[in-house]
Design a protein around this ligand. Structure first.
Ligand code: NAP
Length: 330
């Protein structure tokens, strides 16, 4: 089990203005902290937990440098160690609101105020939002129990374990169809389960899905995931006829959307219709001084991508701070 040890809990961190305030301690946030600290920037992380989704992943086999794979919690622990070694602390708290900068954008040093659930306020000249997006759950019996033992939310991570085995993919959006196609391409026996009779996915993906010959069961939901030590079957229910039956499977891949948790910045107008935060190639949001990195930017949700974006966000924050500093010096 992943330990939450090593957290700092606020207080002394409120009386200064940080160069970079990072929200979220997943791979994007940790990497941003490593780069910012090495640039000599005063950096603080505020996070609910350590590691984000990464820490919940049983075995990560696609992160370079670990040919045998590494558990998500161990990778998170190592990233946290690296950040601590560079003098960056993590404050254990949940951000409730970011207030806009007390400055004229692009004209001088900015100061944002970050307010948290514990009633604390932190000041930052730049902000990097790296809060991730949690995969939505089905909330059916067996789902939690068998997560990591047949239930997965990541085909790229866990698909290869199911080569030659039978799985169901749940969902009818872009992710479900794309991941079903990927699983089939690596030799997994896939059946798709969707609760309606039409897909939400883009037409191009629907066409590719049709061509693939992957069987789809429509108007049907998973009502239970069954097994002993690992997944052995799913219980299905047709929502039109009411018919219920069991299907023997080795795995259940759930792609029913993600839940980006960005209510704390909704008033700033930097989120899209789904709650994600769009960024440009420098990880800049619509507001100068606020950057975003990782899953919250609605990118390919992988650690390798999140760390790259975290590095870019820290570099962009440094460039902006340099620009502001040079204006102050003029
Ligand atoms: P999504 O578009 O929200 O689709 C979620 C799917 O899951 C829908 O088919 C929905 O059914 C179903 N669903 C939701 N809750 C369910 C439940 N409790 N039980 C059963 N089914 C449930 O999510 P997404 O596919 O993850 O995509 C998220 C965003 O990323 C979208 O903007 C998407 O376009 C984008 N994306 C794009 C690409 C691409 O361009 N290649 C790839 C991946 C994702 P209903 O249709 O009935 O609501």
């Amino acid at each position: 089990m992943f330990s939450l040890g090593g957290f700092s809990r606020g207080g002394e961190y409120e009386n200064k203005t940080w160069d970079v305030l990072i929200i979220g301690a997943g791979p994007a946030g940790f990497t941003a902290a490593i780069y910012a600290a090495r640039y000599g920037l005063e950096t603080l992380i505020i996070s609910k937990d350590l590691g984000g989704n990464m820490a919940l992943t049983d075995l990560i086999e696609n992160y370079p440098g670990f040919p045998e794979g590494i558990s998500g919690s161990e990778l998170a622990r190592r990233m946290h160690e690296q950040v601590k070694k560079l003098g960056v602390d993590v404050v254990f708290d949940e951000v409730e609101r970011i207030d806009p900068a007390e400055c004229a954008y692009y004209e001088g040093p900015c100061k944002f105020t970050v307010k948290t659930k514990n009633g604390r306020e932190y000041k930052g000249r730049t902000i990097i939002i790296a809060v991730g997006a949690a995969p939505r759950k089905l909330n059916v019996p067996g789902e939690e129990e068998f997560t990591g033992r047949g239930v997965s939310y990541c085909a790229t991570c866990d698909g290869p374990l199911f080569k030659g085995k039978k799985v169901v993919v749940v969902g009818g959006g872009n992710t479900a169809l794309q991941e079903a196609l990927y699983l089939k391409s690596i030799g997994v026996d896939v059946t798709l389960i969707h609760r309606r009779d039409t897909f939400r996915a883009d037409k191009v993906l629907q066409d590719r899905f049709k061509e693939s010959g992957i069987p789809a069961i429509f108007n049907t939901v998973v009502t239970e995931i069954k097994g002993t030590s690992k997944v052995e079957a799913v219980k299905l229910k047709n929502l039109v006829t009411g018919e219920e039956w069991e299907m023997k499977v080795d795995g259940v891949f759930i792609f029913v959307g993600y839940e980006p948790k960005t209510d704390f910045v909704k008033h700033l107008g930097i989120t899209d219709d789904y709650g994600y935060i769009p960024v440009d190639m420098h990880m800049r949001t619509k507001i100068p001084g606020i950057f975003a990195a990782g899953d919250i930017t609605n990118v390919f949700k992988q650690i390798a991508v999140a760390i790259g974006q975290g590095a870019i966000a820290a570099n962009s924050a440094k460039e902006l701070l340099d620009e502001w500093n040079s204006k102050v010096a003029e």
